[in-house]
Design a protein around this ligand. Structure first.
Ligand code: PBG
Length: 333
């Protein structure tokens, strides 16, 4: 049967499911996943997000339910985003800092309900809360340009992080891409007595159109773009700098976002990072797979698992994914 005298036959290790499983290099596990969840103020039933079928803005009740479902599936961490009422938005996003703001109320609720069983991570950024939709506060510079004021924004992030820690967050996650935000937040948390609250730094976050459906999800008020603070998709070197700075400033995790279109960035950061590296499979990645799946153009479940596997293979230790529960259930059989 053997016509060629081949010393190396890589197919040998692909012959049966058992052999393939035996030599697999990457295994997904439910505990790898972080489930992003949206809590909305002033709604009395969960509201499905049109561009993200199967993902909801939650009420407090349905939030608790989905967190329970995540835990039951083996997912240990949720990332909470707040969706305030329109009338609560203002220029500085002040409701983000208030104890009775939607996000801080939800943190307290989850901490009371789940204690330390569930890892409560919180988005530490102002875009959901400002009436202009930017991730920081605006100021008119000396040349009459309206810009996002880095340092004034970082001051508010510090207050926000402390408010989240006080409410019960285990991990805060500054996603606004302001310079110096990690060091400032670390110091603010420590000064307030929250030295055990960890920081997940959105280190390499790109000005990406893949965030489109997320803006629906949080009812974003943004006009324009975030290119003066989020990174240019063309660049990779500055991601290494961003991650290095965040580690030096005290980040407990660094993160790359989006995930699948930026696997090269993820792989490079993972190679160099002394702290765990996360990746965020964003709303647009979810929406694309779902849309193609709904049309019957791809095998949706298998493609979902392949995308998640690829993100892990490229170097992610943790994966933010709207598929967390679905994927975990599949892994559990
Ligand atoms: C900012 C934030 C965004 C996402 C997570 N945190 C949106 C943005 O930067 O415009 C995007 C998440 C996604 O697209 O799934 N608070």
């Amino acid at each position: 049967m053997a016509d060629y005298d081949l010393t190396r036959r890589p197919r040998r290790l692909r012959q049966t499911p058992a052999i393939r499983d035996f030599v697999t290099e990457t295994r997904l596990h439910p505990a790898d996943f972080i489930l992003p969840v949206f809590i909305a103020d002033g709604i009395d039933a969960p509201r499905e997000i049109p561009s993200m079928p199967g993902v909801y803005q939650h009420t407090e009740d349905s939030l608790v339910e989905i967190c329970r479902e995540a835990l039951d599936a083996g997912v240990k961490c949720v990332d909470l985003f707040g969706v305030p009422r329109e009338e609560d938005k203002d220029a500085t996003g002040s409701v983000a800092v208030r104890e009775d703001g939607v996000l801080n109320r939800a943190i307290a609720l989850l901490r009371k309900e789940f204690g330390d069983e569930l890892i409560i991570m919180t988005d530490t950024c102002l875009d959901e809360f400002t009436d202009h939709g930017h991730c920081g506060v605006l100021v008119t510079d000396a040349h009459g340009r309206e810009v996002v004021d880095n340092d004034a924004t970082v001051d508010i992030y510090c207050d926000m992080a402390v408010a989240q820690a006080r409410a019960g967050a285990h991990i805060v996650s500054p996603s606004g891409m302001m310079d110096g935000q990690i060091a400032a937040i670390r110091e603010a948390l420590d000064n307030a007595g929250y030295q055990d609250v960890a920081i997940m730094a959105y280190s390499a976050k790109y000005a990406s159109k893949f965030f489109g459906p997320f803006r629906d999800a949080v009812g974003s008020s943004l006009k324009g773009d975030r290119r003066t603070y989020q990174q240019d998709p063309a660049n990779v070197r500055e991601s290494l700098l961003e991650a290095e700075l965040d580690v030096a400033e005290g980040a407990d995790f660094v993160m790359v976002k989006p995930a699948l279109p930026y696997l090269d960035v993820l792989a490079k950061i993972a190679e160099a990072s002394p702290v765990p590296v996360a990746a965020y499979q964003v709303s647009g990645e979810y929406a694309m797979l779902n849309a193609a799946g709904q049309n019957g153009w791809i095998d949706y479940e298998e493609t979902m698992m392949e995308a998640l596997m690829s993100i892990k293979r490229a170097g992610a230790d943790q994966i933010f994914t709207y598929y967390a529960i679905e994927a975990a259930k599949r892994l559990n059989g």
